[in-house]
Design a binder for this molecule. Structure first.
Ligand code: DAH
Length: 350
């Protein structure tokens, strides 16, 4: 028995030296201490020994087992330390390396110009109001002083839905009507309404069957055309720079009297004449005027007490002018290269 133990002891170093990984470690453990391992095999041999020998061999056998276990634990700890170190090395992050650039989306340039206009008007106490795009004829036309069969309707080629009473709004002006009706002629109105509008236009570089208008309305006591002029002047300067001048030209709309066409001095050539202003030095940006007494009356406002001004302009046209975009269709496409270009255009302008 003691010989057997010695034999096993002489094997130890060689077996331990062969351990290169966790699998080897397990195999060696099984080889010595497993149920059928060489050390376990000595157990039954004890039965035939004298009690003296049993005692001696028992101690030796235990020492052997402990020695093997200790050594295997030691090797295991070493392997675990190496494994941890390799893992840490592989997961190391070099914080000095340049970061991977994330592609982050941004709002459309059209959306941004609308926000700019909204911010300005909100700072002057206006509300931003929404209205339905599917509109009733009376809001889009009749209450705006454009009765059925009136030739002024021809100017706005309208998409009718099912019958002649429901349509895709051809302008944001119906939101003026809705707001005034809601206020019941009792209190002043200050609102702008940016929103989608639709006309049966053939799409080309300057026309789109769907486009954005920004409508504005102010109704109060003692409001005159000069209030409109001042407001428009502030807007023009905010969007196109402090040197911009503004002017009104007489025009005609059913819902305003007098009506005007609003021009800004050309931000590109400052009046010298260029292709943007078609050599006139001026660029037309919106329609506007004093709210027609009929419209005020239709909405419950007494025109002898209340007066107001209204304006409406195309958001795309403003953005095209501001950022030098020549085709309206670029706003509605999904080509990321073009959209990125918008960002650059804005940066250059600011
Ligand atoms: N709704 C007009 C259009 O689409 C624009 C407009 C002109 C709106 C004068 C107004 C206004 O509110 O007062 O052509």
């Amino acid at each position: 028995m003691l010989n057997e133990i010695k034999k096993i002891e002489s094997e130890l170093e060689k077996k331990f030296a062969e351990i290169k990984n966790f699998d080897d470690l397990n195999n060696v453990k099984t080889y010595f201490l497993g149920k059928k391992g060489v050390v376990s095999a000595l157990g039954p041999m004890m039965a035939s020994l004298s009690s003296e020998e049993k005692k001696e061999c028992g101690i030796k056998l235990n020492e052997l087992k402990n020695k093997i276990n200790d050594k295997l634990d030691e090797i295991k700890e070493k392997f675990e330390a190496i494994e941890l170190e390799t893992k840490l090395k592989s997961e190391a992050i070099d914080v000095t390396l340049p970061a991977t650039k994330l592609n982050i989306g941004s709002s459309n340039i059209l959306e941004r110009i609308i926000e700019e206009v909204e911010e300005l008007f909100m700072s002057m106490g206006y509300d931003v109001v929404d209205g339905p795009e599917l509109e009733e004829d009376r809001f889009n036309f009749e209450l705006l002083n454009i009765p059925k069969g009136h030739p002024a309707r021809d100017a706005q080629d309208t998409f009718y839905i099912e019958d002649e009473n429901i349509l895709l709004r051809s302008q944001t002006s119906p939101v003026q009507i809705r707001t005034m009706l809601e206020y019941k002629g009792e209190k002043p109105v200050r609102m702008i309404c940016p929103g989608k509008t639709y006309r049966r236009d053939d799409d080309d570089a300057t026309h789109s069957h769907q486009f954005m208008q920004i409508e504005g309305l102010l109704v109060d006591k003692n409001i005159s055309l000069s209030d409109l002029k001042g407001t428009f002047d502030v807007l023009a300067k905010k969007l196109f720079g402090p040197d911009i001048e503004t002017r009104f030209r007489p025009s005609y709309y059913q819902f305003t009297e007098p009506s005007v066409e609003t021009d800004i001095s050309c931000f590109n050539c400052h009046g010298k004449g260029c292709n943007i202003c078609k050599n006139t030095g001026w660029i037309t940006v919106s329609g506007a005027g004093m709210v027609h007494p009929n419209v005020l009356r239709n909405c419950g406002y007494d025109p002898s007490v209340w007066t107001g001004f209204a304006f409406g302009f195309g958001a795309e046209r403003l953005a095209m002018l501001k950022y030098g975009i020549s085709d309206i269709r670029t706003f509605y496409m999904t080509d990321l290269r073009e959209l990125k270009n918008f960002d650059r255009k804005e940066l250059n302008n600011d």
